[in-house]
Write a protein that binds this ligand. Sequence first.
Ligand code: ADP
Ligand code: MG
Length: 495
Amino acid sequence: MTSTVPAEAARAQALAWIRQAPKRLLIGGQWVEAASGKRFETINPTTEQLLCRVAEADSADVDAAVAAARKAFEAPSWAGMSPHARTRALLKIADTIEAHIPELAAIESLDNGMPLWYATAAATACVDIFRYYAGWCSKVLGTTIPSDGGTLIYTLREPLGVCGQIIPWNVPVLMASIKFANALCCGNTVVLKPAELACLTSIRLAELVQETDLPPGVVNVLPGFGPTAGAALAQHLGVDKIAFTGSTAVGKQVVRDATSNLKKVTLELGGKAPNVVFADADIEKAVQAAVKTFCGNSGQVCSAGTRLFVQESIHEQVAERVAQLAGTWKAGDPFAADTRLGPLISAKQRDRVRAYIGAGQEGGAALRLGGQAWSGAGYFVEPTVFDHVKNGMRIAQEEIFGPVLSIIPFKDEDDAVLQGNDTHYGLSAAVWTRDVSRAHKVVKALKAGRLWINTFGEADPAMAFGGYKQSGWGREFGQESIEAYTQTKSVMVRF
Ligand code: ADP
Ligand code: MG
């Protein structure tokens, strides 16, 4: 579905919402100020100007939200709701989101800086996510287990309870939707902490959810900072599960905090995906996808293909075409029709990315494109392509989270797999070849949770997503995500 609302109208509508009522915390069905009365600023990364001030949750608010979520979890209005009624509730949320795609996308573009076309695609994906999980509500099945004639053994798949959910700022509305839909379809209640750098679409999404039929307290939202609100949620004794998406370093801290009550933990962390192009591939398609994955959302995507492995015989041709195509990704106002690339989320993130570009040059990689400082307002970094990168270099090992690509030549299949797997991460990977046997062999050999053959970055809510190695624990999407939000109770009946 494409939006028919012009960009300017969507921006005006989003600004009107941003400037109206104060942005507060959602606790037990009420929008409230933080207990401390504190507020923090959220900035438009394109203009570096203040957008609005948002209530800042801290541990006292986490206590209140967890209590509200517990009460909602136990209440007959939610615990006793039939799976079919839950399906209808999630479908209604999907319809409500669908009716607000232009507004949600425009709020995201203002708050996060992503181009409107990208934000529109993300908001549109949320609709499918809610519809996908709506279908699951009535299919969270237990089993009956073969036993002797004197007993019946069966299992029940039950919700975990109160789920703490911490999301990053890179694609906020999508992250919030995944977290809500997955938890709710299994009968849990949630306390969501959006990222302090871009929390506005989570607030708007929660408002839209409130307009539908969910009982109060099923969804609670606490904008706030990581070390305060986030840590309080991860440590909380009243939280049954924590689902975290963010950096690997913070993920490790969340795990340590979750030991307080051994709550269940799932983690979606960083990546440094190998994108492997063999000489027999459809080269133009591979190049277009390679550019889209490292430039899309200015590279602020954990599954981005940031290491482009190119077979030696086509290396020069591919590197040249990648640089040429990436050079056409125009940076600018996210609302302008010809903008492909928005700013990074913050000055800190821009400086971090620029430091990596410096490290790439000092490390001896060949700069094919970019590397210039941006003059003017906004935290922009233009597409940057390094060629002849060695996989051991910092720019090839560390997650940069900016539009920076490392091109690494390889000899043959074994070499591609060896180098591709030489990383702490294992979130995603792709292989481009017309040789069917080779495609499947390489996919099997690459250690990552989501793989593509002859495409990159396409997603389907039915397709599990999660990390090998230090890219995470557990899976979101697909059947495994249902398991991640439920627990098994086994029952024996003696006749
Ligand atoms: P990034 O560095 O890309 O911003 P983070 O992992 O720091 O990613 O942030 C992802 C989310 O984790 C944000 O919502 C942030 O507030 C939260 N966060 C940061 N530090 C902590 C922490 N110590 N405990 C819990 N959540 C945290
Ligand atoms: Mg912002």
